[in-house]
Design a protein around this ligand. Structure first.
Ligand SMILES: Cc1cc2nc3c(=O)[nH]c(=O)nc-3n(C[C@H](O)[C@H](O)[C@H](O)COP(=O)(O)O)c2cc1C
Length: 198
């Protein structure tokens, strides 16, 4: 597991999914993974529009120095953990732009057998977390990727919302210890499956 290459690719407007991505990074570091790329998906909305939402604009300013995700990161990785907020039960267009740039990799079969897993947030407890992850996983199936959904593989998953598709939460809240543990379980499962395949 230590020698696997892990990409953590996220989009976040107001910080929740950035928090999830950072937690996934800490979990992977604890598991001894040496090569980790934490990458922010490029913002496509003009700054004037972002300024209408102070939380969005501030988070952008605070995190814009984080390296942005490219298709090369997807090609490079053995395992990929994604994190994205819901947009009407779907993926954000920013996130979809990256997925839609993978046609070349897909054509060469380079995304086959990547082990992938998704995390998400929504403004409401039932605001579209599951459908957002299912939207992501549809693309993963077209890639021929191996989806490492957590299911109910650890008791903590029953105490953190019980979403078998991937870790999810209500946006804007800080992670508690059980939620951090659930992310660790999901990262561990993703890496363990990748280790078995490698
Ligand atoms: C255009 C738009 C659509 C959204 N759609 C939903 C929705 O359908 N259901 C919901 O509960 N929250 C919805 N939200 C709220 C976001 O999902 C929430 O702010 C996000 O999970 C916070 O994550 P972030 O801090 O990483 O950006 C929407 C937000 C925006 C801007």
């Amino acid at each position: 597991m230590e020698n696997l290459k892990l990409a953590i690719i996220y989009y976040s407007a107001t910080g929740t999914n950035h928090q999830l991505a950072k937690e996934a990074e800490s979990a992977a570091q604890k598991l001894g993974v040496k090569e980790i790329r934490l990458r922010r998906i490029e913002e496509t909305v003009p700054e004037e529009v972002m300024k209408e939402n102070e939380g969005w604009y501030n988070h952008y300013q605070q995190t814009k120095s984080i390296a942005t995700a490219s298709v090369d990161d997807l090609d490079w990785a053995d395992a990929i953990v994604f994190s994205a907020p819901t947009r009407y039960g779907n993926l954000p267009s920013q996130f979809k732009s990256l997925l839609d740039a993978t046609g070349g990799l897909w054509q060469k079969g380079k995304l086959v057998n990547k082990v992938v897993s998704g995390m998400t947030s929504a403004g409401n407890p039932h605001g579209g977390q599951e459908t957002t992850l299912l939207s992501l996983y549809k693309t993963m199936m077209h890639w021929g990727a191996i989806i490492a959904a957590p299911g109910y593989c650890d008791p903590v998953l029953f105490e953190t919302g019980g979403n078998p598709y991937g870790f999810s939460m209500v946006g804007g809240e800080a992670l508690n210890d059980k939620q951090k543990k659930a992310i660790e379980v999901q990262v561990n499962r993703t890496l363990s499956l990748a280790a078995k395949l490698s």
